[in-house]
Structures are given as C-alpha cells and as structure tokens.
Design a protein around this ligand. Structure first.
Ligand code: SF4
Length: 342
C-alpha cells in the first residue's frame, strides 16, 4: 500500500502554528535572510547560529553588501562557523546576483541552483520559505522524519532516494504561498523539536497516527544511516611564534583550510618542533611551552601540539594580538591555540 503522503500537511501545519520557535530569520523571511540562515544552519545548531546570524546581517544587510565585502572581513564574520568555502561561495553567488539579476533573487529553483553553493536543498528552502513556491527542501531532518513515517529501508545518503522524496513532497505542498512557506519550516521544526535523532518524542508528534515506525515500535531502526568511514589522523604542530612585531600568521597554501589564515603549522611524523622552526630559518628562540588538543574536521582528525616560543626573527608576517583578535580571521583549529597564553 502506498503511504498516504497527502495526509501529512494538515496536522503538521496546525502543530507548527502553535509550536514554532521565534527565530530572527523567520520574522522577516526575505530570500537573503533565508539563504544566510540556511547556509549557517547546515553546519551549526539553531542556538549557536542565532548570534552569528544577527552579527552577519547587521554587518552585511543585503546581497549588495555581501558582494562588496572584503574577503578578510567576510571570513572574520564567519569565524567559528567553519566550512569557509560556503561563505566564499555565498559571495560568488552574491556577485552574480548583483551583476545578472540586479540584486534580486530569482524565485525559480532551477535558476537558484545555478548559483555557486546553492543545491537542491537551499534552492527549495529559498523558493518555498521566501517566495511561497511549491518546492521541497529535503535535508537530514526531513529525511529522518519521512524515513520513520514510511519505514523506508533505503540509506538516507542515497541520492536517488532524496531526489524521489523531493518530488513526492513537492506534490503534496499546499496551494497557498503562506502555507508553502510554513510547510517547509514545519518539516524542519518537527525534525528539530520532536522527531529528534536519538529520542523522538512520539507522544507529542502530530503525525503519530500516520507513522509506521511508531506503530511498530521501530523508531530506532530508522533512518538507515550509511556506515561511518574512519577518519584519517594527522599530527600537527601549530606555532604561536611571538616576535618583536607580534605573532606570526600566514596563509595556508594547501590541504585542509587552504586559503585561510593560520598560525604557522606543520604536519609531522618524527620531526621535532625545533627542527620545524629551523626549517623556517628560526634558530634562536626561547624555551618552548606546549599544549595538546584535538580538532575534528569532516574527514581528518588533527592531533595538535600547540607550541609557544619567542624569537627575534619573524619568518612570516606578524601582527599584534589585538589586531589578530579584531580583524584577522582564524579558523578554530588555530584560534584555540591562543589559550596557551592564559
Ligand atoms: S511518531 Fe515518532 S518516529 Fe514517527 S514521525 Fe512522529 S516523532 Fe518521528
């Protein structure tokens, strides 16, 4: 028997009307606001996104402002969110929007998907939430909810499954723009507040009567997740090298976080920190202070040894600590090294 998808919108919209959270990007859902919030939410929890979102929108209130922003300021505004290629793509897209669309977002998902960094999910979110179009936005939350409702045994990483679900959901979108906007958000909200990854609150769920996983007590079996791949580990020195001009900072030329600023770092196997400094032409330095920590990227884990030392010679550009904190963007993997100074 086919799952009755068409029975989802009515109870879900009624629930959403009374349970939705007040969020800054919901109070004024312009395409720009939806876009910025959705890109941020792809990598960070709602609670953590709030302050980043407010700061970003205050500094760059429009597509035009984003298009014109300097790279260093842009990366500083994104500092702490990670996945810096996303904000770089946002700026590329903003420049195209300004040049080719007069700064106005298209409402059509196919046109949106042609912009850098905008895939089917983000295009669906912008088209439905901001423009009230009938366009599904299927993310991990939505896949989890639907996989449980239907007890679908397909791995949620399966692209064909996702595409088919986008089509199935688009077909059941309500007729009015206001309800289309609410329907996308109601699916996100149900996944975030009720049909949570490890402990779904089924007694509070407006879709309980339809849910096959609930009916069979199979909630923990769905969604079917792909097997996790083991992450590669690397040992890395990060040098907090203090010189008369300040602390050394340079651009990463390769590897993870390529193009970002860093406190000079080096992947090592047996090399000592002293040998790395010698390799940079630094032979005279004070006794070193060290602190170890771990930083987890998507595919790699860094076992970091942060090394602080003072030297008379700066092998790279150097900046005062105030300047680093105020205007130089540093990914968290490096920034946390500053705690060695406390
Ligand atoms: S009844 Fe439970 S498992 Fe089913 S959709 Fe609702 S919260 Fe998720």
């Amino acid at each position: 028997m086919q799952f009755p998808f068409h029975l989802i919108p009515a109870p879900l919209l009624a629930w959403y009307n009374t349970h939705k959270r007040t969020l800054a990007w919901r109070s004024d859902p312009t395409p720009y606001h939806v876009w910025v919030s959705e890109i941020m939410l792809q990598q960070t929890r709602v609670e953590a996104v709030k302050s980043y979102y407010d700061r970003f929108i205050e500094a760059l209130p429009s597509v035009e402002a984003l298009a014109a922003c300097s790279e260093e300021r842009l990366l500083k505004l994104w500092e702490g969110l990670g996945y810096y290629s996303r904000v770089r793509n946002m700026q590329k897209a903003a420049r195209i929007l300004v040049l080719e669309y007069g700064g106005v977002f298209p409402s059509d998902t196919e046109k949106l998907k042609k912009l850098p960094g905008i895939g089917a999910y983000t295009a669906g979110a912008i088209a439905s939430i901001a423009f009230g179009r009938r366009a599904a936005a299927v993310d991990g939350n939505v896949l989890r909810v639907i996989s449980r409702l239907t007890e679908n045994p397909t791995e949620i990483s399966d692209i064909a499954y996702k595409r088919a679900l986008e089509k199935t959901l688009t077909d059941i979108y309500p007729e009015t723009a206001e309800k289309c906007s609410a329907f996308t958000q109601s699916l996100f909200e149900l996944g975030a507040l009720v049909c949570k990854p490890t402990s779904p609150d089924c007694e509070a769920c407006p879709l309980r009567a339809l849910c096959l996983a609930y009916k069979h007590g199979n909630q923990s079996l769905f969604p079917v997740l792909p097997a996790k791949k083991a992450k590669r580990r690397e040992s890395v020195y990060v040098f907090l090298l203090e010189t008369p001009e300040g602390f050394c900072v340079r651009r990463r030329e390769a590897g993870v976080l390529k193009g970002m600023n860093e406190f000079p770092s080096a992947v090592y196997e047996r090399e000592t920190a002293e040998q790395v400094l010698n390799g940079w032409g630094v032979y005279e330095f004070t006794e070193m202070k060290r602190k170890k920590y771990t930083h987890v990227f998507t595919h790699i884990i860094w076992d970091i040894t942060c090394v602080w030392a003072q030297a008379d010679v700066a092998p790279f550009d150097a900046y005062a600590l105030d300047e680093i904190e105020e205007s130089i963007s540093l990914p968290t993997a490096f920034k946390q090294c500053l705690s060695i100074l406390q």
